[in-house]
Write a protein of this length. Structure first.
Length: 335
């Protein structure tokens, strides 16, 4: 038996076993994150929300629903499942709220249930020029996307080429538009030692946190991984035109590249204006490859490639590819 729950403000729906949905004795009723925040420090609350980050931020996880965000702090060794949480996981969590240098967080976390994975993360979008207007309490612990960033500067106005851990930067040098890189964001996908984009403006994603020993101000954007520096508005953006490889009499493989990950789509046919055949691969990638087969030897085919992701679709004009002439050699068999 399963029970379906519609979460706050229609953000998403989940289906999971009724035993998980049932509240244990003594567990507070499930609240929206906004309602939980309004109860304030000292309150014990239960919320359902989507996780925004993994261990690239250490022992803290930020969660949000459609209205508000909240920080969760726990030691993975003391709370089973906490260390395995990743961005896109939906969870139900119970614990006590407290203030830590201005940041409202759940600590201690009493119980945690993962409900599903792969949920879409929705960001509050704002232009770089307006970034400081969004660095406010109502956006604390929410995912944000700052559009049109041209550079990051140190607080001393020194240009930045690569990012360092436990370091502060200013978006376009604007006072108050603070970015902080956490020391845990390491490895091939981490922020530390990642070069900043320089060829064109980029969008910067991160969680809006707060560090204010005095209790007010101190908002800072915490990017999570190198992929939070987004070029081209997040669109796939073709960077290498499609070319045929492994050409044979009855087919070829179409390869092309995109700036950002997306699915792989190929339309083809004998008439550039009537591309009736379609082949796709839903796996997100920047290096695309699809093999077309059962084609006619020595024939020109028009091939249109495209790629789609959450930001949109990029499509290239059709180009002619020709299968090779002659018959494919058939394997011989021995009796």
């Amino acid at each position: 038996m399963t029970t379906t729950l519609l979460l706050v403000a229609g953000l998403f729906s989940l289906t999971f076993p009724a035993a998980v949905a049932a509240e244990a004795p003594g567990v507070p009723p499930v609240l929206s994150v906004k309602a939980a925040r309004e109860l304030g420090a000292g309150s014990t609350v239960t919320v359902r929300a989507v996780v925004l980050n993994g261990d690239e931020m250490g022992n803290i996880r930020y969660v949000q629903d459609s209205e508000a965000g909240l920080a969760l702090y726990a030691h993975p060794a003391k709370l089973p499942g906490f260390g395995e949480l990743r961005a896109g996981d939906s969870i139900q969590v119970t614990g006590q709220l407290k203030l830590y240098n201005g940041l409202l967080e759940m600590d201690p976390v009493a119980s945690l249930h993962k409900l599903a994975g792969g949920r879409r993360l929705r960001a509050v979008e704002v232009t770089a020029a307006q970034a400081t207007t969004a660095f406010i309490e109502s956006n604390e612990s929410r995912l944000m996307e700052i559009k049109g960033v041209t550079r990051l500067l140190t607080p001393a106005n020194t240009p930045v080429r690569t990012l360092a851990g436990n370091a502060n930067y200013l978006i376009n040098g604007l006072p108050g538009a603070l970015v902080r890189v956490t020391a845990a964001s390491t490895g091939p996908d981490g922020l530390i030692d990642s070069p900043l984009p320089t060829a064109e403006p980029f969008d910067l994603r991160g969680v809006l946190s707060q560090y204010a020993p005095g209790g007010t101000g101190g908002y800072q954007l915490l990017p999570r991984l190198a992929t939070d520096m987004v070029l081209g508005g997040g669109l796939p953006r073709l960077t290498e035109e499609p070319v045929p490889v492994d050409v044979n009499p009855t087919g070829f493989t179409v390869v092309y590249s995109t700036l950002n990950p997306g699915d792989t789509r190929v339309r083809y046919g004998l008439d550039a204006k009537k591309l009736k055949e379609v082949k796709t691969d839903p796996t997100p990638t920047t290096h695309h490859s699809l093999t077309l087969s059962d084609l006619i030897p020595g024939t020109t085919y028009y091939v249109e490639v495209s790629s789609r992701n959450a930001a949109g679709t990029e499509t290239a004009p059709p180009v002619p590819f020709i299968t090779s002439s002659g018959k494919q050699a058939r394997p011989t068999s021995k009796n």
